[in-house]
Design a binder for this molecule. Structure first.
Ligand code: FAD
Ligand code: NAG
Ligand code: NAG
Ligand code: NAG
Ligand code: NAG
Ligand code: NAG
Ligand code: NAG
Length: 625
């Protein structure tokens, strides 16, 4: 068998684990692996480009479903194992700017004060799951049903919820913590035998508990079962976290347990630079393999067998980039760069969508502490580190605890709702009529439009005082109307693609985010919050009062939610679709996309659960087609 050849070769050249290979650990190793044995041994049945959230989950399933085929995963980054940046929940955003961050930046946003917005993304096995905020949420039922309503049969709540549960093992909180914090969970709404452990942390900062109280005080419902299709209200979120209080990633959850399976090979520091394309019957094209660049600069083709396929799981930013560099995309864009057009598919890179968010900052009263204290109180820092190291308890176990998802009807006054209706009469240019109509329906039906989430630290504002603890409130617009794009503007894989989220193009988006942000102040005016917060708002500050001022604030400070989707959409081809309901790229015989780029419409949830659901569903589809 071909695998045996590879195995023997790898063992021969000193690789400990035959199924996990790092091409950076020795240039010599990489060279031998490639130049001597690669060409004849290394022909694979399924090549997965990108070992991120979806990629590794799919790889595990495919290697089990197809025991006689070889699955190859090519990941540009390294492993996240034993790296506290990845494993320690409390450090979840510390990866920004490190070697595991692709650190993209958008083009200046013309509707948002010409800001260029940073867009971090995981360059590591596990991808986003290794760097994200660990929030484990689920959309509203309508969100996933809308995938089907937009024209892709079978992509509905019922099926995706089933797929989502396959990825999860719920860990019910231990009684003392459940009692102390008031955790609740409905086991029937969760998965119980999937690879990804989900659990509640054994520590919740006081301010987060107060955030539940403040929400109830303002009339938001407490949601005791947010995982079964209704996510409205304030609730305790599970984290993608093991009962040992380390982060779960698709590397640790899906790949590590099958590290030794004979038909799965995962390569790190293996940067895919393009797909090799040739023609196929019926006017289609096919991929014969992919070009992989190694840290020493050498490039080789990893070939795909005649009945094999290439699956793009490089994420919503890199998947469209790689397709375009390979000649698949809008012919005008390709021709302008002298790239031979293999397939004219104008939907590639269009329909870019991300959550937009703003952040307010408040100061805690003296004596109340947030994570800011870890940087000004060395005793505390050491104490918490030891507690985590010895018992896996304390502050470092915590990433997030409480979310609040609010419909427009909760955030807006009666008068404002009438204004909203007027604003929603006009469709912004960049969105399709179908998507516009579905979002309007969701607004009317009371599906959440705003999310409130407390960050347990300072994250913006003019002054940060010494020896002071802050929190930030992130306000997210869940269903924006503006659509952007992501396209190559050079022929080099080393140049980041041109990312234009086109934020706040739509008047509704600006107006609603401003209103939802202004509403954020209300939490801090509650009795529950007054006990612990200084009355002075740090950011934007109480000078911001009028609609105009709020709108200026959000234009100046708007951020992205790191929930990018839509750039290779699951839509009919004549509606700018890129993949069909079997995830095949239109016009191709053997190229699929399985990652968050296929979501045709952003959900009212953090997006890792959708990525895992896509992987599980993709595996079922590939098994049966
Ligand atoms: C900072 C941050 C915080 C977030 N917080 C949350 C949260 O709290 N909860 C939540 O649910 N979601 C969160 N998300 C979103 C969620 O993590 C992502 O939506 C999801 O992980 C995307 O999965 P994916 O498979 O589409 O892409 P990814 O997981 O990004 O996988 C793509 C992979 O492809 C690799 N790759 C790219 N190009 C190449 C190439 N040319 N060659 C080889 N490999 C390549 C990348 O290195 C990466 O590993 C967050 C995301 C970020 C970035
Ligand atoms: C491509 O776009 C990026 C991001 O906007 C920009 O920095 C770069 O100058 C552009 N390059 C070319 C060749 O247009
Ligand atoms: C943004 O940049 C454009 C082009 O440079 C300029 O015309 C416009 O005035 C700028 N807008 C703001 C708000 O600075
Ligand atoms: C964006 O990232 C750059 C590093 O590339 C950094 O210098 C800059 O401060 C970041 N901007 C913001 C607003 O975080
Ligand atoms: C979701 O549940 C809340 C109560 O928790 C209820 O008020 C709301 O109407 C429900 N939303 C939908 C869309 O059914
Ligand atoms: C620093 O942390 C220690 C240990 O938790 C605590 O006893 C002390 O009060 C803290 N000091 C300040 C200034 O916050
Ligand atoms: C804060 O600390 C820094 C460094 O220790 C010091 O230079 C600065 O003067 C302090 N600022 C205030 C307001 O105390």
């Amino acid at each position: 068998m071909q695998f045996t050849l590879i195995f023997t070769t790898l063992v021969h050249i000193g690789v400990g684990l035959a199924t996990l290979v790092d091409f950076d650990s020795s240039a010599e190793l990489g060279k031998q692996f490639l130049s001597q044995e690669f060409e004849y041994a290394h022909t694979h049945s399924k090549i997965i480009v990108g070992g991120g959230t979806t990629g590794l989950a799919l790889a595990r399933r495919l290697s089990a479903d197809f025991p006689n085929k070889q699955v190859l995963v090519l990941e540009a980054g390294r492993s996240g194992a034993d790296d506290p940046l990845v494993t320690v929940p409390q450090r979840s955003f510390s990866f920004i700017g490190t070697d595991i961050d692709w650190l993209y930046t958008t083009v200046p946003q013309v509707h948002a004060s010409n800001q260029s917005i940073n867009l971090s993304s995981g360059k590591v096995l596990g991808g986003g799951s290794a760097v994200n905020g660990l929030v484990w949420g689920r959309p509203a039922k309508e969100d996933w049903d809308d995938f089907e309503r937009l024209g892709s049969s079978g992509w509905n709540w019922e099926n995706l919820y089933g797929s989502a549960r396959k990825s999860e093992t719920l860990n019910v909180p231990a009684a003392p913590f459940a009692q102390e914090y008031g955790y609740s969970v409905e086991p029937a709404s969760h998965g119980h035998s999937g690879p990804v452990d989900t659990s509640f942390p054994p520590f919740v900062p006081l301010q987060h508990l107060k955030f539940i109280d403040a929400s109830l005080e303002l009339g938001h419902p407490l949601n005791l079962d947010p995982y079964a299709g209704n996510n409205t209200g304030a609730w305790f979120t599970l984290s993608s976290q093991t009962p040992r209080n380390t982060r779960e990633t698709s590397e640790f959850a899906y790949f590590d347990p099958v590290l030794h399976s004979e038909n799965l090979l995962v390569c790190m520091h293996a940067f895919v630079t393009k797909l090799d394309i040739s023609s196929a019957p019926n006017g289609q094209i096919k991929s014969t393999g992919v070009e992989v660049r190694f840290p020493d600069g050498s490039i080789v083709s990893a070939k795909v067998k005649s009945h094999g396929e290439v699956i793009m799981s490089a994420g919503a930013i890199r998947t469209p980039q790689l397709l375009e560099l390979s000649g698949i995309g809008n012919k005008d864009i390709l021709q302008a760069l002298n790239i031979p057009v293999k397939l004219d598919l104008p939907g590639v890179g269009e329909n870019f969508e991300d959550h937009t968010l703003t952040i307010m900052t408040y100061k805690l009263k003296p004596g109340f502490l947030s994570f800011d204290a870890l940087s000004y109180n060395a005793t505390l820092k050491q104490e918490q580190q030891e507690l985590y190291d010895r018992k896996r308890l304390g502050w470092l176990t915590f990433a997030q605890a409480v979310l609040n998802f609010a419909p427009a009807q909760t955030v807006l006054s009666q008068e404002e709702l009438e204004m909203a209706e007027a604003l929603l009469q006009t469709k912004p240019d960049s969105i399709s009529q179908d998507a516009f109509d579905l979002i309007k329906q969701k607004i009317t039906d009371g599906i959440p439009q705003a999310e409130y989430l407390l960050f347990n630290a300072f994250s913006g504002g003019p002054v940060k005082e010494n020896m002071t603890s802050y929190v930030s409130l992130a306000i997210t617009h869940l269903h924006p109307l503006s659509r952007g794009s992501i396209h190559i503007n050079t022929t080099s894989i080393d140049d980041h693609p041109k990312i234009d989220p086109n934020v706040l193009e739509s008047e509704w988006d600006t107006w609603f985010l401003a209103k939802a942000t202004a509403y954020g102040r209300r939490f801090f005016e509650t009795e529950s919050f007054k006990e612990i917060f200084d009355s002075e708002e740090v950011f934007p500050g109480l000078d911001t009062q009028t609609d105009e001022q709020w709108q200026q604030f959000i234009k100046d400070t708007v951020n992205l939610g790191y929930h990018t989707v839509g750039t290779a959409s699951l839509l009919p081809r004549d509606k700018n679709g890129v993949v069909d309901p079997n995830l095949k790229v239109y016009g191709t015989a053997n190229i699929r996309v399985a990652d968050n780029s296929i979501s045709p419409l952003l959900v009212s949830a953090h997006t890792q659960t959708t990525a895992y659901a896509i992987a599980e569903r993709a595996a079922d589809i590939i098994k049966s087609t």
